[in-house]
Design a protein around this ligand. Structure first.
Ligand code: NAD
Ligand code: MG
Length: 385
């Protein structure tokens, strides 16, 4: 097995990836994060990587002093993080950065021909074509860490011809506001939105689960990962988060992957594929769970799903604009600047009249993302709490 580089190691997925690395006795070559020098120092002292980087320059300077007595070299800025993504002999690069800040590092790992274990779905949503091209041209590998996509990937092992895949069925927990109607969500707070029923995750993705924008991002992620048309991707709400997703084949046979909701299974599989090893995750006891339930999503209340479906149908830069608009609106809600329902309303309005391009470069993705963020900030001024 290869050694490992973890981008975003101080986050929820990053910490679980380090747990997996420890249990598999994997050598960790590099660790990166945004600004948490204290946590990165702890991790670096434990795992002894050759490189560490913090995107925040001030925090990186602090880390350099903290690690002065070790053999870990400290880099700074997004350039430093990106350098780590292409570092070493042939490590697996696990990208668990949150947001499209992960795009440059994903591209760097692809250009270096690495196996990329991708948790950072935003990089694929924003720059899908760029990532796919770089992976193909450099013989890199793109393996999903997102639980639904790992389930789909596991379900298509043995499928020799992609044409046999008729439909992908993405499961969604429905988040903390499942069953609620719009009028009941008018005054929900950040605290309410952070109460996810089944998963403990970073704040941004937890809010994305509450708006269900996360499922929209995952729909686009599935299009890029599995070359399946958006109309062949269905979403079903499954409250228990036991069936992680399903694939229907040409003969209407359906294959699914099940397991307890614990990200260490998909993280480990992306690292050890095609092999499997013991994991610290408990075994599934179906009789104890008793029943599994499935529902049609409420697309009116959770309009963000169809905002994303529309964006991928339009193609080009639309998914990048939708992703960036969501990153900004999600952040404004977390900062207490806009009410919960404004997230979807503002994104929808921000995406009107986007100047789309079918063919694009990284600079176009970054430009449209900045413009979408700016529009969201402007539109948010109409809303008060
Ligand atoms: P998190 O907020 O807990 O961690 C994010 C990590 O990214 C941190 O280490 C942070 O320091 C780093 N980071 C943030 N901004 C950065 C920047 N500008 N430059 C460099 N590094 C930066 O988030 P998380 O819950 O671990 O999620 C990470 C990614 O994995 C997201 O894309 C999320 O959608 C995806 N994901 C998470 C889960 C989960 O269970 N947490 C499940 C599926 C997918
Ligand atoms: Mg997921």
């Amino acid at each position: 097995m290869n050694s490992l580089i973890i981008l975003g190691s101080t986050g929820s997925i990053g910490a679980q990836a380090l747990d997996v690395a420890e249990k598999l006795s994997l050598k960790v070559e590099a660790l990166t994060a945004n600004s948490d020098a204290k946590k990165l120092e702890e991790q670096a002292r434990k795992f002894k990587p050759r490189l560490a980087a913090l995107a925040d320059e001030k925090a990186a300077a602090e880390l350099k002093i903290k690690l002065a007595d070790t053999n870990t070299k400290v880099l700074s800025g997004i350039e430093g993080v990106t350098e780590c993504a292409a570092f070493g002999e042939n490590p697996t690069v696990l990208n668990s950065i949150v947001g499209m800040a992960g795009l440059r590092p994903t591209l760097a790992a692809a250009k270096a021909g690495r196996r990329i274990a991708l948790a950072n779905k935003e990089s694929l949503v924003a720059g899908g074509k760029l990532v796919k091209t770089a992976v193909k041209e450099n013989n890199a590998e793109l393996l999903p860490v997102d639980s639904e996509h790992s389930a789909i990937f596991q379900s298509i092992q043995g499928c020799k011809d992609k044409k046999e895949i008729k439909k992908i069925i993405l499961t969604a927990s429905g988040g903390p506001f499942f069953g609620k109607k719009r009028h009941e969500l008018k005054s929900v707070t950040l605290q309410d939105a952070l109460k996810h029923p089944n998963w403990s995750m970073g704040a941004k993705i937890t809010v994305d689960s509450a708006t269900m924008f996360n499922k929209g991002l995952e729909l686009i992620e599935a299009v890029w990962l599995f070359d399946v048309a958006p109309e062949n991707i269905e979403i079903v709400v499954h409250r228990e988060s036991i069936v992680h997703s399903l694939v229907e084949f040409a003969d209407n046979s359906v294959i699914a992957q099940l397991g307890l909701p614990d990200m260490r299974i998909p993280i480990q599989y992306a690292i050890t594929y095609p092999n499997r090893f013991e994991s610290p995750v408990g075994s599934l006891n179906l009789a104890q769970i008793g029943k599994l339930t499935f529902f049609e999503p409420d697309y009116e209340t959770f309009k963000c799903i169809n905002i994303c479906r529309d964006a991928i149908n339009r193609g080009g830069l639309y998914p990048a604009a939708a992703n960036a608009a969501n990153e900004e609106a999600n952040e404004l809600f977390r900062k207490g600047k806009i009410p919960f329902l404004a997230i979807g309303d503002i994104i929808e309005e921000a995406l009107l009249d986007i100047e789309n391009k079918e063919e694009y470069r990284l600079e176009d993705v970054e430009e449209i993302s900045d413009a979408a963020r700016e529009r969201v900030r402007r539109l948010s001024e109409k809303y008060t709490l």
